[in-house]
Write a protein that binds this ligand. Structure first.
Ligand SMILES: Nc1ncnc2c1ncn2[C@@H]1O[C@H](COP(=O)(O)OP(=O)(O)OP(=O)(O)O)[C@@H](O)[C@H]1O
Ligand SMILES: [Mg+2]
Length: 179
């Protein structure tokens, strides 16, 4: 990917650090692009995802940067975010709790794999977890930074700058409480 290929990008949304672009020539990838001051956060996300070789974490492809922006290409996940999925399955009657339990176990497996690799996610929240209709999951945006975490989902010790593996489990607890 070279900078000139960025002509085919179209912004679809944005977060706190960077904007999300689709590639009008390739519907399977997205680009997460930020300003030079977001470089450390984005680079950290990119390399953490690169180090996780599991279908439960989005694949990332290339790091790109010039003087004006930086970012990376990432697999486009077409499944709903976990909070939207949670709303949809309330219509499933008795199957709801079985489904929720199996998704919870899938997430815990993914987190266990990540922790064994020495990675703490640090920012688990609904916009970072996607769920398929069969209950498969994919996680994005790993990387702990006490200045950029999401207070509503962060464990108290993470807010105080002392994240541990348990802090990730705490965030999952909040997400599932909401579901
Ligand atoms: N690889 C991806 N596939 C599909 N959707 C994605 C992907 N990466 C990000 N998104 C979605 O794009 C939106 C913006 O993501 P982004 O990470 O920039 O912001 P956010 O997660 O909402 O907030 P924050 O900036 O705090 O991370 C979110 O709704 C996110 O779920
Ligand atoms: Mg995000």
């Amino acid at each position: 990917m070279s900078i000139k290929d960025l002509r085919h990008l179209k912004q679809i949304t944005s977060g706190r650090f960077g904007k999300i672009f689709e590639d009008t020539k390739n519907e399977e990838i997205l680009y997460k692009i930020g300003a030079p001051e977001d470089r450390e956060i984005l680079r950290n996300q990119f390399f953490l995802l690169k180090s996780l070789d599991s279908p439960n974490f989005a694949k990332v492809y290339e790091w790109i940067e010039n003087k004006e922006f930086c970012g990376y290409s990432i697999e486009r996940i077409i499944w709903p975010q976990i909070n939207i999925w949670g709303k949809d399955i309330t219509r499933e009657g008795g199957k709801k709790y079985e489904m929720v339990k199996s998704v919870l176990l899938n997430i815990l497996d993914a987190i266990q794999y990540m922790h064994k690799k020495g990675v703490i996610h640090g920012d688990l929240k609904p916009s970072h977890i996607f769920v398929s209709k069969d209950g498969e999951i994919k996680i994005i945006d790993p990387g702990y930074d006490p200045d950029i975490l999401t207070p509503a989902y962060a464990a108290p010790e993470a807010l105080l700058g002392e994240v541990t593996e348990s802090s990730d489990i705490y965030s999952i607890g909040i997400i599932f409480y909401e579901i």
